[in-house]
Each structure stands twice: as structure tokens, then as C-alpha cells.
Design a protein around this ligand. Structure first.
Ligand code: FEO
Ligand code: CA
Ligand code: CA
Length: 693
């Protein structure tokens, strides 16, 4: 076996300019230095669980939905047509409709911001590492050996850079966990990594195998909130999905011309998934995983035919063969767009995976559109149709919603799985209600006291019908950004994760940051220029119905140092909140409290996980629940429905400029003498108390 760590040379891979709170290493490997490139959106658009208790039994497996607060028609927004509590259009001012949840009852002492190389949790809590990069997933996987890693081993082991986490219960003390593996940090994975042009083929194959996702079985430790990896026995569900797994397309664009390649002339069978960031869970117990910064894995985009160049540009697909490229084309020719110009069109989708069927083929659902998908959150409209909220994580990109044509029918698996193939894809437009002169870029609230207004979901495509002039339905689905440009969608400050409150029905979007927004480009929904710290948008749809096309919105949280006048914590006393910067992944607990993880904390301390009640007297009371180790971001937060466990994915520990295996900046979780390893951790209260209470 070739030694992937061969070669003592170090390439100057860390010199690329970068912005915000991220290290240059993160910028390079995560998003292909997106910040150093031109903004892709140059249009002139306005700058503006307890789940459905579905105990369905399929192939003998009890699925009660995800362990976490997956918001599927819960509370007021459920499939039951007759609803109480019709919110007014101004509901956004009050944090959704008038349920009792989301109102706090949180009593833990927040952790202080720090730069420690540790997972720091509140007093009274305990934590453990559930699974690390390299841990065996398949029963015949070898133990991890950092200096002798191989592609064969990596194909059977837990991948790199864990992101989205969801957990499905199998009885009380056993569960299945799905985890995304977003991207690889070759300079941390291999000693003396020489860059993609000179990497060994084995190193490139390891990287391909370290992408994708994992299914692993977990078991509860005693009668606690701790969960452990099952490490012996059959583990029949354990699975690795990688950048080389055979998949299929479904939906209206499957088989269309832009998806056809020499290897797949029918445009139906893509290979692999890339940069799977966050995701979602369906009511029928499958995973939706989101291909995000797929644009960075190809070379020679400048050589695709001229008529396709506007699309290449709009999606920032890599041109030439830059030094920072992983050069996957050196082991798989399909990544060279000069030879296979359509290959990049086969990435950037929402992929559905059945974690309960290890032999199932992952499905790229084309009806949900193609962009830098951050996540896909499902819920039910009042009439039972399935809605999916999705963000496109790029500067000045958009927020989308898909609504199925047909209704969800509990237990009717075959019918339900087709819901994601037929429906309408919408993009969001936000309009402020205050005079533009009052949105002065200082972060000062307008005279009506809120950054708020109204909005609409603009239809782009329904099945084979396009609503966008000059574009066919297939073109809208494959080149969705271009379609959204044409209908005047609102350019947002990097739309990340979206979640729906299981108690109030409000929809919350994390806008992580956008240092490129100029003073002339501020609007009420994105009110700060050079937005380093990001903000949260709260959307309350008409009648609190996910099937509606209009909504009210407001910004309950404008992030940063609370001493900075340009921050807003829903009017809560700012002397009592934790500083928060760069909200990224969000989730809800069963009580409707919003949990927010951060990525790229621009306040100079480590990233972490925070919680904020969205109703009542504690609305806006942000408290920090944990911090992650040096160089890491906090991903995949999940509060179990029994509220005894919090899972977090600690992504890219040690990803700081100049760090490498011979001088790591983090040794988490191995400790003294170890290498940093992206890992999923679980936190619980030592006395079994409800999380945060
Ligand atoms: Fe992969 Fe948008 O974070
Ligand atoms: Ca206003
Ligand atoms: Ca992220």
C-alpha cells in the first residue's frame, strides 16, 4: 500500500487572502476560497418531533422519526387542517403565534468565551466523544492509523469533517445516527501534503473516500443521556456513502441534457456526493443531505463550451487547475470539465438516503433545485403537503422553499417518497416596512422599532412548467440561481440553516455573515454593511401555514458583541447575553427554544453552541451552552426529543493557519501527542436533568 504521507515538502497553500473570522485553511478547503473570488451574484436584484409520531414499521424497524426535534407538522403547523391560533400579519413582532413554548425555562450558567483546546460545557454537565474521523464503521474496517492511512481503510471508516447529525431511535436504548462528511483538510490529514498536483493517487483516493456520510449504530450508556458507538456485533445498518457511491437522479430534470455525460449518456446515474454540509430528515424516516460548495472539486471550467460559461460563472466553478485544487481529476477524469463539461451539473443537489437500507441507492432529487445547498428542513402544510426550506450559502444568495403537489400520508412509504419529485420550487423576496432612509447601515433600529416587513415566495417551476421567462423547467432546476436572479429574489447575507419552530410554527434562518455588502447595498432584511457577525431572520407565514405564499418577517437577533450598538437581542437586556457571531446551523428543542451553532466567530474566540428562547420575557436571552476546541466550528446540533442529550459535530479542529501534523494547533480529542480528529460529541446532565434546565 502506498504511504499517503510520503513526501516531506510543504507547499505554500496558506497564503491566499481570506476574510472574516475563518482561517485561510478553512477558506481553501471548505469553499475553495470563495471569499477571495468575485461575488457570483452580479444581478441587479433588490438587496433585499416530537415529530409526527410516526411509529411506522418497515422491514421490522420501528421508526418514530428522528431523535431530535425534527419539525414535521408539529404543533400548530401539523397535518390537521383545523388549527387554533391564527396569527396576525404582524406575528413576527411577537415571535410566532401564541403557543406556550419557546419561552425559556433555561437555567444553566453560560460558559464563557474562550480559546481553549477543549469542548467546554456548563457546570453539572458531562460530555463524551461518540465517533471520530477514522473510527471503524463497517465491521471489517481496520483501526485508524494516522501515519498509514489507506483509501481501502477510509472507505470503511468514519469520514472527515462531520457536519449534519441526525439520530433515529430503534427502541429506547438503541439508535441509528447519520452524519455528513463535508470536506477534507489534506494539510491536516497527511504529513507534508504537497498539494493536489503532486499528491499521491492514494492521498486523492483517501480524500474521495473521506467525503460523503456515515450511518452508525449507537447504544445508550446505562440510563443516562450518553450515547456510544456500537463497536462489536453485526451492525447491519452501518454504511459509508462517499464521493464514489453510485446514485440516481429523480424528478423533472433527471435524464435532461445538462445531466448527461459520456459515462452516463442517459443522465440518470451520477456517482458520489460532495461537500454535504447540513441536511434534514423526512417524516418517513430518510435523510436529506445537502451538497454545498461542490464548485471547488472540478478543474478547467474555462474550457466548457461558450454557451455554458454564464452558468459556470454564476456557480463559481473552478477554472484552470489552481494550486489549491484537490485535483480529483488525476484519479477520476470526470472531474476535468474540459473533457466532461456536464459533470459539475451533477452536483449541488439535495440527496435522499435511507439509513435503514444499507443497499439502497441514494437519490438526487432534482425538483429541489441546484445551488450551494446548505440544508433541507421538512415540515407539513396545513393541508398535508410537504414543504422543504432551503438556503443557498453564498454571499448575496437566496432562500428557497419547495412545496409538494400531493399530501403526505402517514405510513404510505411508496407514495411519500414520490412527494419530493413533484411540486413547486419558490424563492423568497423580502420587503421592509420602514423608510429606506431609516436603514442607515449603522445597525440602529428604524423608528418602528424593528427590522421587519413582509415577504413572498415567488414560484420558479412546477414539474415541467417553468414560471421563468426564457428558461425551460429543466433549466430552472439545473441553473436555479440564474432563474432566481430573473424573478427578483432578495440577496441575503449567506443563508445557512433553516428550522421551523415545533411549537410556534415560526421559521428561522441563520444568515452567517457577508463582509462584501456595501453601505449602498443594505436593506431592512440585511441592514449592516460589511456584516461580519450575521443575523437571524424569523419568518411567520400567512396563517402559520407552510403551504402559503406570503409571510411576515423580522430580525430577532443581530449578532456580535452586545457592547456593539449595532447588535440587537430582541430587546433583551444586552448586559445579560452571551456574545455571538456567525450563526450557522440551528435546531429547536421540544420546548421551542432556538439552538444556534456558530462557524467563524469573528469576535476572536472559539466557536460554540448557544440557545435563545424565542417567546416570552426571555426572548433574545442568548446564552452560550458550549465552546468547541481550537480551529473548530460547531455543526449538526441536535437536542434529543427526550431532551436528555445534545449532539454536536466538532468540525475541523486544528484548522488554523500554519498548522499541520507536525505542529498541530489542536490535539482534540486525542489529547497529548495526538492529532486533531473531527468528531461527534454528546453532552448530557450528570443528574439526568433536561438539557439547559
Ligand atoms: Fe457548510 Fe454553509 O456551511
Ligand atoms: Ca421596520
Ligand atoms: Ca457550516
Amino acid at each position: 500500500m502506498a504511504n499517503p504521507n510520503a513526501g516531506p515538502r510543504l507547499l505554500p497553500l496558506l497564503s491566499t487572502p481570506h476574510k472574516g473570522g475563518r482561517s485561510a485553511l478553512t477558506c481553501q478547503f471548505r469553499c475553495g476560497n470563495a471569499c477571495a473570488h468575485d461575488v457570483a451574484n452580479t444581478t441587479g436584484n433588490a438587496y433585499f418531533g416530537d415529530v409526527v409520531k410516526e411509529a411506522l414499521s418497515r422491514r421490522g424497524v420501528l421508526r418514530a422519526g428522528a431523535l431530535g426535534a425534527v419539525v414535521v407538522g408539529a404543533g400548530v403547523a401539523g397535518a390537521v387542517p383545523a388549527m387554533a391560533d391564527e396569527p396576525e400579519a404582524s406575528a413576527a413582532r411577537h415571535g410566532g403565534n401564541s403557543g406556550n413554548g419557546g419561552g425559556g425555562d433555561l437555567r444553566f450558567t453560560p460558559v464563557s468565551p474562550n480559546k481553549d483546546d477543549a469542548l467546554t460545557i456548563p457546570d453539572g454537565y458531562q460530555s463524551s466523544v461518540v465517533v471520530r474521523w477514522g473510527d471503524p464503521v463497517l465491521p471489517d474496517a481496520p483501526e485508524f492509523d494516522f501515519d498509514n492511512q489507506s483509501a481501502d481503510a477510509q472507505n470503511k471508516q468514519f469520514g472527515y469533517n462531520c457536519d449534519y447529525v441526525t439520530v433515529f431511535p430503534m427502541g429506547r436504548d438503541r439508535a441509528l445516527m447519520w452524519v455528513n462528511h463535508e470536506y477534507t483538510d489534506e494539510t491536516l490529514m497527511f504529513r507534508g501534503y504537497p498539494g493536489g498536483a503532486e499528491a499521491t493517487e492514494e492521498q486523492i483516493k483517501i480524500a474521495l473516500a473521506a467525503h460523503g456520510g456515515s450511518v452508525v449504530e449507537l447504544e445508550r450508556a446505562g440510563n443516562t443521556g450518553e450515547w456510544k458507538l456500537v463497536t462489536s456485533g453485526r451492525r447491519r445498518y452501518n454504511r459509508r456513502v462517499t464521493a464514489q457511491t453510485r446514485m440516481r437522479f429523480s424528478g423533472p430534470a433527471a435524464g435532461s441534457a445538462p445531466l448527461r455525460t459520456a459515462a452516463d449518456p442517459k443522465g440518470g446515474t451520477p456517482v458520489g456526493m460532495l461537500n454535504n454540509c447540513s441536511g434534514g430528515t423526512t417524516p418517513w424516516g430518510t435523510v436529506l443531505t445537502a451538497e454545498e460548495n461542490f464548485n471547488q472539486y472540478f478543474v478547467n471550467a474555462d474550457k466548457v463550451p461558450a454557451e455554458q460559461q454564464p452558468y459556470i460563472k454564476r456557480y463559481s466553478i473552478t477554472t484552470g487547475t489552481p494550486a489549491e485544487s484537490r485535483r480529483f481529476d488525476r484519479v477520476e477524469e470526470r472531474f476535468d470539465l474540459a473533457k466532461h463539461p456536464n459533470e459539475a451539473n451533477r452536483f449541488g443537489w439535495i440527496v435522499e438516503i435511507d439509513p435503514f437500507d444499507p443497499d439502497s441507492t441514494p437519490v438526487k432529487r432534482t425538483a429541489l433545485g441546484r445551488f450551494a445547498h446548505e440544508a433541507a428542513t421538512t415540515t407539513l402544510a396545513r393541508d398535508g403537503r410537504l414543504a422543504v426550506y432551503m438556503g443557498d450559502d453564498g454571499r448575496f444568495e437566496y432562500i428557497y422553499k419547495f412545496v409538494s403537489k400531493d399530501r403526505y400520508i402517514p405510513g404510505f412509504d411508496r407514495h411519500n417518497r414520490a412527494l419530493l419529485d413533484e411540486g413547486t420550487l419558490y424563492v423568497a423576496k423580502f420587503t421592509g416596512d420602514s423608510p429606506a432612509s431609516e436603514i442607515d447601515g449603522s445597525g440602529k433600529l428604524p423608528e418602528d422599532g424593528l427590522f421587519d416587513g413582509s415577504g413572498e415566495w415567488i414560484p420558479l417551476v412546477s414539474g415541467t412548467k417553468s414560471y421563468v421567462e426564457g428558461m425551460s423547467a429543466e433549466e430552472v432546476l439545473v441553473h436555479t440561481r440564474v432563474a432566481a436572479d430573473k424573478v427578483g429574489a432578495t440577496k441575503m447575507d449567506r443563508p445557512e440553516d433553516i428550522e421551523r419552530n415545533p411549537v410556534t410554527g415560526g421559521v428561522y434562518v441563520a444568515l452567517t455573515n457577508n463582509t462584501n455588502r456595501t453601505p449602498a447595498q443594505v436593506d431592512e432584511a440585511n441592514p449592516r454593511p460589511s456584516n461580519k457577525h450575521g443575523h437571524i431572520v424569523e419568518i411567520v407565514e400567512k396563517r402559520n401555514d407552510a403551504g402559503e405564499k406570503t409571510f411576515a418577517w423580522s430580525l430577532p437577533l443581530v449578532c456580535g458583541d452586545p457592547n456593539d450598538a449595532a447588535t440587537y437581542f430582541a430587546g433583551f437586556d444586552k448586559s445579560k447575553v452571551s456574545p455571538i457571531s456567525c450563526p450557522d446551523n440551528v435546531t429547536f428543542d421540544k420546548d421551542g427554544n432556538l439552538w444556534i451553532s456558530t462557524d467563524g466567530n469573528a469576535l476572536g474566540t472559539n466557536d460554540g453552541l448557544f440557545v435563545m428562547p424565542v417567546k416570552g420575557k426571555d426572548r433574545g436571552h442568548v446564552r452560550q451552552f458550549l465552546t468547541v476546541p481550537v480551529g473548530a466550528e460547531t455543526c449538526g446540533p441536535l437536542v434529543s426529543t427526550d431532551q436528555r442529550s445534545v449532539f454536536v459535530a466538532v468540525q475541523h479542529p486544528g484548522e488554523t493557519d500554519g498548522a499541520g501534523p507536525d505542529n498541530p494547533s489542536s490535539r482534540w480529542p486525542e489529547g497529548e501527542g495526538g492529532q486533531p480528529r473531527p468528531s461527534v460529541a454528546v453532552v448530557w446532565h450528570a443528574k439526568g436533568k433536561k438539557i439547559g434546565a
